[in-house]
Design a protein around this ligand. Structure first.
Ligand code: AMP
Ligand code: FE
Ligand code: FE
Ligand code: ZN
Length: 290
């Protein structure tokens, strides 16, 4: 594979648009990826493929687009269940069972968002659900949209503060009705896609799952682990690499770009050509070329 610039190809396999909790539209996202000098970008909005078509339609020449999603999952082996994220690449977006799960999870996110707003309002905090829903603009609703409402109301100064324990990080956080992670891995494979565990060791985000669970997921069809991610410490990245080598999984590195909802920039972390080619070889959906 050749790069646009003549140097090593730059491959970023995790980014969000306004189809979920990013701040750039899918068309703006691929434009920004081109401007950042990337050769490959994956669009991985939470629980939706709604950004695929507008991203493909706006794809600049020379940029390749991996169509994907980030599925909200849970592992029920601990109490309460541990929430986790599964990246899914190049799957059939019309697979009926997978589509049904995504529809269900998005609806549950809306109910949960509205209930979280209810908790805030019960404490006299002046945020309202219709504004937050409008702020999400039809995209998958998440806590970042509630964070923006808290900022608009002048209650917190930053997204970071909004995710603190007194706000959306703990006090007003409600669990989501996520997909059982084994079911998600099997569904992604059934839909011809390639499942990769997103930021599996990110202790700074909360509880993480044991390595034994990752080994069981590998046996169930998991293909890769995201190692290089801003939420992993250097030791956590090394741990993920060693575990992947043990289990015969590939590793990826990605920005998890969310526009101005996070500070990380496109291309901040990248994936090897070898891992990218394993995804392309295994996925049922073609990589789109601009
Ligand atoms: P939700 O899926 O509604 O539970 O919200 C989780 C989303 O919030 C993640 O996908 C991130 O985009 C964002 N997020 C989580 N923790 C933080 C944080 N500490 N700072 C900024 N954004 C965060
Ligand atoms: Fe997000
Ligand atoms: Fe994630
Ligand atoms: Zn993400």
């Amino acid at each position: 594979m050749t790069s646009r610039t003549g140097s090593a190809p730059r491959i970023d396999l995790h980014a969000h648009s306004t189809a979920s909790d990013g701040t750039l539209t899918p068309a703006e996202l691929v434009g920004a990826a081109f401007d950042a000098g990337l050769d490959v970008l994956a669009i991985t909005d939470h629980d939706t493929t709604a950004g695929w078509a507008p991203a493909v339609a706006a794809l600049p020449p020379g940029l390749r687009l991996v169509r994907g999603a980030e599925l909200s999952c849970r592992w029920s082996g601990a109490q309460p269940a541990v929430p986790l994220h599964l990246l899914a690449y190049l799957f059939d977006p019309h697979h009926p069972e997978l589509v049904a799960e995504l529809v269900r999870v998005r609806a549950a996110r809306e109910e949960r968002g509205e209930r979280m707003v209810g908790l805030l309002r019960a404490d006299g905090i002046d945020v309202n659900w219709p504004d937050i829903l409008a702020g999400a603009g039809g995209g998958t609703v998440g806590r970042p949209h509630l964070a923006q409402a808290l900022i608009r109301a002048g209650l917190v100064g930053s997204v970071r503060e909004a995710f603190g324990p007194n706000w959306l990080g703990e006090r007003y956080r409600l669990p989501k009705e996520d997909i059982d992670v084994f079911r998600a891995v099997r569904l992604v494979r059934a839909a011809g896609g390639v499942p990769v565990f997103a930021h599996p060791r990110a202790t700074r985000r909360g509880r993480v799952v044991p390595d034994e669970l990752i080994a069981e997921l590998a046996a169930a069809g998991l293909a890769g682990l995201e190692a290089d991610h801003e939420d992993h410490s250097p030791a956590e990245r090394e741990h993920v690499r060693a575990l992947a080598a043990d289990l015969g999984l590939f590793v990826t590195g990605s920005s998890d770009f969310h526009g101005t909802h996070k500070t990380v920039q496109l291309g901040a972390f990248s994936t090897s050509v070898e891992a990218y080619e394993r995804i392309v070889a295994d996925g049922v959906t073609e990589v789109a070329s601009g």
